[in-house]
Each structure stands twice: as C-alpha cells, then as structure tokens.
Ligand binder design. Structure first.
Ligand code: GLN
Length: 495
C-alpha cells in the first residue's frame, strides 16, 4: 500500500508508532499534488507552508509525549466555500476571486485545534451550483479514474483529491447531493450529516435551509473519525442542534442481524440505469444473507422532490447571493454610478448562477410566492412525513446515488434539464434534513464505480454509519474507496 493511499486510521497508527512523521507524510502528499494535480485539477489553492507548519507542530507534540488528537498530523483539503483565515476563498466564483476571509469557519477552527494540516482549497461548481464542477470559474476537474469524465459536483475537487491520494480526507458541502454524487463518481465515501449536526458558520451560503458540511474519506470508519471532529453544537450557527454529538466511531460495529433495511420503490425506476439498480439490490442481498431484513417501502411524494428542490434552492440562493454587489465582499467592477457598478460586478457571475438568481427571484416574488415557493415548502413537509413513516418500519433506506456512473465532461453544456434530473436520488434527503452516506458498491460496464446510498432518520447519523460499516466489512473490508479500483492508477492522459 502506497503512503498516500492509507486510510486516516492506518496513517494514525504509523504516526503513533513513529514509523513516519507527519512532516514526511505532508511533504509526500504535497509532492503528489505537484505532480498529479496539473492533470486532475482538484485544488484551486495549495497551502504548503501552513500544512507543513501544522505537521511539524503535531510531530513535536507527539515527540513530547503529549496526548494528541486522533487526527493530529493527518493532512486533507477543504472545499473552497469553507472560509479560511488569511487564505483566499473563492467559492469557485470570479466575484470572490481575490477574497481573503478574516476568520475561520467553525469546522476549520476545530480541525486546526486538533492539529490537522490543511493542504489547500478544492475546486467546485460556482457557489456550489452544479453536478460536475464544470461551472467553476477557474478550471476543470477531471475524474481520477477516467480523465474524460466528470468528477461530479459541486464538491468535485474534494472527491477527486481523496480518490487520487492528494489528501487523506476532504470536506465538502451538500445542498442537494454535492458530497454524495461526487463521492459516487470518484469511488470514495461521502457523507451528508443531519441538518444542524455540523456548524454552517463560515460556509458560504447557497441555500441556508439545505446546506450541510460533511467529509470525504476512503472508508466508512474514517468518515466517522472526521465527523467526530466537526459535529456538535456551535453558538455561532442559529440552526445548529443543541447538545453534544455522540462518539461516531464508538457506534461502529459490523452487525447485520437485527438491521432493518428498506428499499424505496420510487428509487428503482426507469430513470436509473439497470446496472446501478442491480448493484444496489445486490448490496441489499448481501446484507440480507448476513442476517439483515430487507423490505420494499414507499415514499409516495418522491416524484415531487426534484421540482420542489429547484424552487427552494433557487429562491434561497437568489436571496443569499444578493450580497455580492461590489459593496461588501470580493471584487468591485467600475461603473459610472452605484447601479452601474453593481450591474458590472454582477456580470462577473457565471450563467448557471444567473439562471438560478433569475428563477429564484421569480418564484419568491410577492404575487407568485404562494403558487411556487409555498407549494414547494408544502411538498417538503410531505416528503419529511414520507420518510418518518418509512422509518417506523426500517432503520435505514438503501438507494442508488446517481442514475449512471460518471458522465463525460461537457455533457452539462448539452442538456441543462438532464443535469438537474441527475439529482433525482439525492435532493429529497436535503429537503427532509436527513443524514445520508454514499459509498462504492460495484463497478459499471465502463469500469467506473457505482454508488450506494444509506439514508437514516434525523440525527440517526450513527445508525447510517453503522449500517454502511456493516456492508463495507461484508463486501469491501479493505475500504470501499480503495477496493473497487484494485490497483488502478490515476488516469492522466485523458483518453
Ligand atoms: N447538483 C445540485 C445543484 O446543482 C446540488 C448542489 C449542491 O448540493 N450544492 O443544485
């Protein structure tokens, strides 16, 4: 096993045994980024000096025999919509091209306090709007396993970084699938926690009632490790859930007996490719053979989720993005008077962002509010009830993450509707505020990973992790994010 391919826990063991130092590991990964990232394009900014300084500090603390945090000295990356003090944070947009935040997001503060080296900021769709990372104003990110394919999005840079060994973990954000879908496309584990579990303080807002920060890792137990650092109440986020978060690693045991699994029939329809459906059913069958029970369940309002999501996400985004007016944040373009300056500044936004602002401003207009936004809000309640009813009978739901394996780069440009439709399996989870995890469960005919989604009830994050861990131990004990690719090298020539 190559050094950059280890899990967080494997690396931690080597650090604790002093077989390798965090400075050596961090240098190794930074070198890998230097060599590989010109081909992959996962990072927008690399913070080598900061990462090395944190690595050395962790080494010194270990050398002094201090009780260091389990993640001390284990380097990873942050999606570029998570603000970092003194380090440029762009959200993939020209408007924030040169914006350097004066503070750290709460999740960043917690990671730094734990002695975690941050390698840099990863590429993303502009303001997290997209499913392929192609709406980034700065560059393309390629899928590490097929350079002609998209890494998914909007957290495509974070997924690609973890998949390609350019970081042991990464954080992303998920508003409608932006952690789970790129995790599925790049063959790694990605988790969207329950809304309110992880602080949004310092996350550049897209749709405030849907956004959540979560981890990308190479296996399920590593996701629990990361969640342990970032979860828990934060007085700086008014939607943060009260109380202490549980210890997510303590909950991990591989136990299929007694696990009740539901397969929602609405997620196995003609829009989802046959090979994806088959792979998900096979995962359910493996868990069943090991002692779990599997039954079909129904989420009757699932078909309205996509429409409601695009109403709500656009309405909230158009409101949140009003602040990029050239007055308070980021770039200001010249104009003869204030309205001209604002117009010129807003012209820096890309077409996907403009499309959502126009749609969102329309649906939350006073006369149209009841017909569009309020109706979408009611659908949201119905969906939440659908899930609650399903969770009276089962512990977790098992579904596909995406209709297909990673699609080719450039597809988005051809069909906007097709791109929105690809979010069909992920958006209902955000509307209902639930926890969900995406992990590889097989390989498609094209040799690319197929994603499997575990969905749990609100604040059942430990339950989701435990079910996913049970499946991983059965099917991919060496780590789902490594096993499916069986020694495959990162694709750098773009065939
Ligand atoms: N693809 C979805 C969208 O474009 C999801 C975005 C997200 O989760 N940030 O809205």
């Amino acid at each position: 096993m190559e050094l950059h391919d280890l899990t967080v826990r494997e690396l931690r063991q080597r650090l604790a045994a002093k077989e390798v130092s965090s400075a050596e590991v961090t240098e190794h990964v930074l070198r890998r980024i230097e060599q590989l990232d010109p081909h992959v394009g996962a990072y927008l900014t690399v913070t080598a000096d900061q990462a090395l300084a944190a690595a050395k500090a962790a080494d010194e603390a270990r050398a002094r025999g201090e009780a260091v945090h389990p993640l001390a000295g284990v380097p990873g990356g942050l999606k570029d919509n998570i603000v970092t003090e003194g380090v440029r944070t762009t959200a993939g947009s020209r408007v924030l091209e040169n914006w350097t935040p004066p503070y750290d997001a709460t999740v960043v503060r917690r990671l730094k306090d734990a002695g975690v080296p941050v390698l840099g900021k990863t590429n993303m769709d502009e303001f997290a709007m997209g499913s392929s990372t192609e709406t980034s104003a700065f560059k393309k990110t390629r899928n590490p396993w097929d350079a002609g394919r998209a890494p998914g999005g909007s957290s495509g840079g974070s997924a690609a970084a973890v998949a390609a060994g350019m970081g042991y973990w990464a954080l992303g954000s998920d508003t409608g699938g932006s952690i789970r879908q790129p995790a599925a496309f790049c063959g790694v584990v990605g988790m969207k926690p329950t809304y309110g579990l992880v602080s949004r303080f310092g996350l550049i807002a897209m749709a405030s009632s849907l956004d959540q920060i979560g981890p990308f890792t190479r296996d399920v137990a590593d996701a629990a490790e990361l969640l342990n650092v970032i979860a828990g109440h934060d007085p700086k986020d008014s939607t943060s859930a009260p109380g202490r978060a549980p210890d997510f690693t303590a909950a991990l045991k591989a136990e299929a007996k007694g696990l009740r699994i539901g397969l929602p029939k609405e997620y196995f329809t003609e829009g989802i490719s046959a090979e994806v459906q088959a792979a998900v059913r096979q995962a359910a069958a493996e868990l069943e053979r090991a002692g779990a029970t599997v039954e079909e369940v129904s989420l009757p309002h699932a078909e309205y989720a996509l429409g409601a999501y695009y109403m709500i996400v656009s309405a909230e985004s158009s409101s949140n993005l009003g602040r990029y007016d050239g007055v308070r944040y980021g770039r200001r373009e010249a104009g003869a008077d204030v309205p001209a300056m604002m117009t010129a500044t807003r012209a820096l936004l890309g077409s996907e962002v403009k499309r959502r602002i126009v749609l969102g401003t329309f649906v939350r207009g006073k006369e149209r509010l009841p017909e569009y936004y309020m109706r979408a809000a009611r659908v949201r309640t119905l969906l939440r009830r659908d899930f609650e009813q399903a969770f009276e009978k089962v512990d977790v739901l098992l579904t596909p993450v995406t209709p297909t394996t990673a699609f080719p780069l450039g597809r988005r440009v051809r069909s906007q509707m097709e791109a929105y439709a690809a979010d069909i399996c992920t958006v209902a989870v955000n509307l209902a505020g639930l926890p969900a995890l995406s992990m590889p469960c097989g390989v498609g005919a094209d040799g690319l990973p197929i994603g499997l989604q575990f969905i749990g009830p609100a604040f059942g994050d430990a339950q989701v992790l435990q079910a996913a861990y049970t499946y991983e131990q059965l099917a991919w004990p060496e780590g789902a994010g490594r096993a499916w690719r069986a020694g495959k090298e990162v694709d750098v020539d773009g065939h």
